[in-house]
Design a protein around this ligand. Structure first.
Ligand SMILES: [Zn+2]
Length: 682
């Protein structure tokens, strides 16, 4: 591993964070260097500290320790992410024999110089008990491959000599800090510590020294992993393996908790597929059944990936039914095992409720792995951890035998409130775990629907003929929102778009088939080409999108929701709007046909009849022209309805969202037009 320290960048950091002082500025700089490298730190893991002095709230200068806030991302840390804690009271705890969890949680906050600062890391006391000015702590994958071994101490002595102290495994918190202090007191000249089955600490008198020692030790571990490697033993695989695209919806369906509220709501997960040589080297290994159940690389991963992954059989191409049956059985077995694990260990934590029994990582021999989560972000975090785990375990097994902590120790971390605090308070959103595909997402109604569905917790795939417009919507939403160029009238483009959606999220639960355009012409005179063009977009494209969605929904077997933008023209024709209204009327019927044909599969189909919405179809020039033709002001024209209020794209989006959330509503047409008796459905 190469040092990423660049003196000029370090100086820039000192300039940038001038107000914080040069030491804290460099503390921020090297914390970011460590946090940027996934081979050192992943998703809230790892932490750093600096011992310094600070003015407290009454102006007195006191000795403090700046330490990373619990769960903060080291790669993007700012000085505020390293809150200052008074050092003296923490040191007073060094001679204590024990500290309860409740007291530990109080201590975490009690001595903050700024009471509003984030809670410091659960490894705060370990940092405090070590006298070094700068301390870096990572969960470097190479170091973990070395210490997730039965003879970890022997290997560490061999690789690091006496430079690092060796601390036996203990759950993070006071007990671990105390144990580390005892090890340190026996050899106070060490440059850092190895925490067995957990990670590495390095010390320094300045930021660079602690950082360079970390890089040096990780490099030593990497070099050891290249020595005396055992030959890789591969498992037998089918001659031709199915694609990730083919199995993702099946897996997603298998990993669903059905009807969790007795009213038809499912708990679904979003999938993130990964494959590369290192992953395949692991999942194709002959020993996968053992290593997959042997635990995790480092204990804090358990809060994001559960104590072990789901192990699936290699899916043979063309035998998806057999794979589906095997996947469902494997997930059921996983849930049973998880329940047993919880029951066997629940006495270790008082009054905790079991987390859901679904896996967060699935290993698929011959193919790769899937991270799974309540949204695409959580799925990506699980996949990142799974990737590091695949590499770390393969390396550990190549030089010895991967050996992690016990399931009881994992349980202690998985159900430890102080560890779970890293996840932050999570508000459950109504469409959490669901994937929505929205067409015409670059337009006004599509963009409003995309925002509404994303705010309700869905991950959204945004399709538009105009990629830049879809990207603009995606950028405004942020997160995992995915923009895709798609001509919805082209069957191949629709198939490719669904492939991309499945590759990104694992499947589809909601379709908002919104894309449309208006063609005009007196029906007795309009040329057939115009009429056919309108049918292509305003009818056949809806059918193509719905057909593609239904195929995936059936593979998932967890129902779904098809939503169509139909328009008032479907029931109340406007003069010369036949070319637009006719296909929309057919689409209205399409909604009812889907509702009828797929109700038994839990797939609902609903439509919104909107009218007079400012959009690409009804642009400013058109509004002016129409208002003038009727002798009305623009405002009078736009609010020319029973309620006398202009209807917006946001109103239409809210109607779509309401239909998606109304689990017992299908074949419904919701009118969003401010009231128009002539267009009212009967
Ligand atoms: Zn740690």
């Amino acid at each position: 591993m190469k040092s990423a320290w660049v003196e000029r960048e370090a100086k820039d950091a000192v300039d940038r964070y001038g107000a914080a002082g040069p030491e804290l500025a460099l503390r921020v700089y090297s914390t970011r260097l460590l946090g940027r490298d996934p081979k050192l730190v992943l998703h809230g893991g790892g932490n750093t500290s600096l011992k310094a002095s600070a003015r407290d709230l009454v102006g007195e200068t006191v000795a403090v320790m700046h330490v990373k806030g619990s769960g903060a991302d080291m790669g993007a840390i700012e000085p505020e992410g390293l809150p200052a804690v008074r050092l003296a009271p923490l040191l007073a705890l060094r001679s204590r024999d024990a500290l309860s969890d409740d007291d530990f949680a109080r201590v975490q906050r009690a001595y903050l110089i700024d009471p509003a600062a984030p809670a410091p890391s659960v490894e705060m006391l370990l940092h405090a008990f070590m006298p070094a000015k700068f301390i870096d702590h990572t969960h470097a994958t190479a170091v973990l491959s070395l210490i997730d071994q039965p003879n970890a101490q022997e290997l560490c002595t061999d690789v690091f000599g006496g430079r690092l102290g060796f601390v036996p495994y203990h759950r993070p918190g006071f007990g671990l800090a105390r144990l580390a202090a005892q090890v340190f007191d026996k050899s106070p000249k060490v440059e850092g510590l190895i925490l067995d089955k957990h990670g590495i600490f390095t010390f320094g008198e300045n930021a660079r020294e602690a950082y360079e020692r970390m890089i040096e030790c990780v490099t030593l571990a990497e070099a050891r992993l290249q020595k005396n490697r055992k030959a890789f033993k591969a498992a037998a695989l089918p001659a031709k393996v199915a694609t990730a695209r083919a199995i993702a919806p099946i897996l997603r369906g298998a990993c669903t908790l059905r009807d969790v509220d007795g009213e038809g709501a499912h708990k679904r997960l979003v999938l993130d597929f990964r494959a590369n040589d290192a992953i395949l080297n692991y999942v194709n290994g002959a020993d996968l059944a053992r290593t997959a159940r042997a635990g995790l690389l480092t204990p804090d991963h358990v809060i994001r990936v559960k104590p072990w992954p789901l192990l699936l059989p290699a899916p043979a191409a063309g035998q998806l039914d057999a794979f589906k049956a095997a996947a469902c059985k494997a997930v059921q077995q996983y849930a049973d095992d998880y329940q047993k694990y919880f029951d066997a260990n629940k006495a270790r934590a008082s009054g905790v409720a079991m987390h859901d029994p679904l896996p967060r990582v699935a290993l698929v021999p011959g193919l790769g792995l899937f991270g799974m989560g309540e949204n695409a972000k959580a799925a990506a975090m699980a996949a990142d951890i799974a990737e590091a785990t695949a590499e770390g375990i393969a390396d550990a097994d190549a030089i010895g035998r991967f050996t992690s902590i016990s399931e009881a120790d994992l349980f202690d971390c998985e159900y430890w409130p102080l560890e779970l605090a890293k996840l932050g308070a999570r508000k459950k959103l109504p469409l959490e775990g669901q994937v929505a595909v929205i067409t015409g997402a670059g337009g006004a109604i599509g963009a409003a629907a995309a925002r509404a569905f994303a705010q309700a917790g869905a991950d959204v795939a945004l399709l538009d003929l105009d990629l830049a417009a879809a990207q603009k919507t995606a950028a405004a939403i942020g997160g995992a929102a995915r923009a895709l160029q798609c001509d919805v009238t082209d069957a191949a483009a629709v198939a490719a778009a669904y492939d991309a959606v499945v590759a990104a999220f694992g499947g589809v639960d909601i379709l908002v088939s919104n894309a449309g355009a208006a063609w005009q012409g007196k029906i007795g005179e309009v040329d057939e080409a115009t009429l056919r063009k309108s049918f292509e977009l305003n009818f056949f494209a809806h059918q193509k999108m719905a057909q593609g969605a239904v195929k995936i929904m059936l593979a998932q077997g967890t129902g779904g929701c098809l939503l169509f933008n139909v328009s008032k023209q479907a029931v109340n024709p406007g003069p010369d709007f036949g070319p637009y209204g006719l296909p929309k009327a057919a689409t209205l019927f399409l909604v009812r046909q889907y509702a009828l044909d797929y109700g038994a599969d839990g797939i609902r189909a609903n439509a919104v009849n909107a009218d007079r919405i400012r959009s690409g179809l009804l642009n400013e020039g058109f509004i002016k022209e129409r208002a003038k033709a009727r002798g009305l002001s623009e405002k009078e024209y736009m609010s020319g309805n029973l309620l006398g209020r202009e209807v917006t794209a946001h109103d239409v989006a809210q109607a779509f969202l309401a239909q998606a959330l109304a689990l017992k509503t299908t074949a419904d047409v919701t009118t969003v037009d401010g009231g128009n008796i002539a267009a009212a459905l009967r």
